[in-house]
Design a protein around this ligand. Structure first.
Ligand SMILES: N[C@@H](CCC(=O)N[C@@H](CS)C(=O)NCC(=O)O)C(=O)O
Length: 191
C-alpha cells in the first residue's frame, strides 16, 4: 500500500492526490500539520516538505517527480501522451511552473504589484489554452494537474475572477467535471 504524507492545504500535495484519484490507486494519507511539523518528517524528506510518497520503505519527495513516477508505476489511464513531442510539451509546461506559482504566492502575501503579476501569469495560461485545449496538448494530463491546484486556490481562496481569461475559465469548467478535480474543489472549500 502506498502512503502519502499529505497536507490538505498544500497545492503540491494536491497534484499527487489528483494523479492517485485519476489512476484509482488506493493509498493511505498521513496528514502533516504544516504549522507544527513532526520531527520525523525530516526522516522522510530532508527538506521537511510534503508531499512525500512511501512504498515498502522507499521514499520519494517532489511533486513533479512523484507525478512522473506514478505515471510510470500505474500507466493506466495515461496522463502523458504517447507522442514524444507531446510528452515534452507537458514536461516543459510543468518545468516552468514557477512562472505561475511565484506570482500566486506574491498575491497571497499581498506584495506590491502582485495583482498585476498574477494577471500576467493568468494571461500566459490563457494564451496557451487558446492555442490548445489542455495545457499539455490535445488531451487532459499531468500538465493540467500540475497547475490546477493553484488556479482553484486563486479562485476559491483569493477570490480571483477569471472573466478576463475566458480560456482559463473554460479549462477550469472542464476540469471540475472530473471527479478527481471535484474532490479537490471540496478539499479547498473545507480549508
Ligand atoms: N518542490 C516541492 C515543494 C513542496 C512544498 O513546498 N510543500 C510545502 C507545503 S505546500 C511544505 O511542505 N512547506 C513546508 C516548508 O517549506 O517548510 C514539491 O514540488 O513537492
Amino acid at each position: 500500500m502506498l502512503t502519502l504524507y499529505d497536507a490538505a492545504r498544500c497545492p503540491y500535495c494536491a497534484r499527487v492526490r489528483i494523479v492517485l484519484a485519476e489512476k484509482r490507486v488506493e493509498y493511505e494519507a498521513i496528514e502533516i500539520d504544516l504549522a507544527d511539523r513532526p520531527a520525523w518528517i525530516y526522516e522522510k524528506n530532508a527538506t521537511g516538505r510534503v508531499p512525500v510518497v512511501e512504498e515498502d520503505a522507499w521514499l520519494l519527495p517532489e511533486s513533479a517527480v512523484i507525478m512522473e513516477y506514478l505515471e510510470e508505476r500505474y500507466p493506466e489511464p495515461a496522463l502523458l501522451a504517447a507522442d514524444p513531442a507531446d510528452r515534452a510539451l507537458a514536461r516543459l509546461v510543468i518545468f516552468r511552473q514557477d512562472d505561475f506559482t511565484k506570482p500566486y504566492y506574491a498575491l497571497r502575501r499581498g506584495d506590491d504589484g502582485a495583482a498585476e503579476r498574477f494577471d500576467a501569469a493568468l494571461g500566459g495560461l490563457d494564451a496557451a489554452l487558446l492555442r490548445r485545449p489542455w495545457l499539455g496538448g490535445a488531451a487532459f494530463g499531468l500538465a493540467d494537474i500540475a497547475y490546477v491546484p493553484w488556479v482553484l486556490r486563486a479562485r476559491d481562496m483569493l477570490g480571483v475572477p477569471f472573466d478576463a481569461f475566458p480560456a482559463v475559465g473554460s479549462w477550469l469548467d472542464r476540469l471540475v467535471e472530473r471527479p478527481s478535480i471535484a474532490m479537490e474543489v471540496d478539499v479547498v472549500a473545507a480549508l
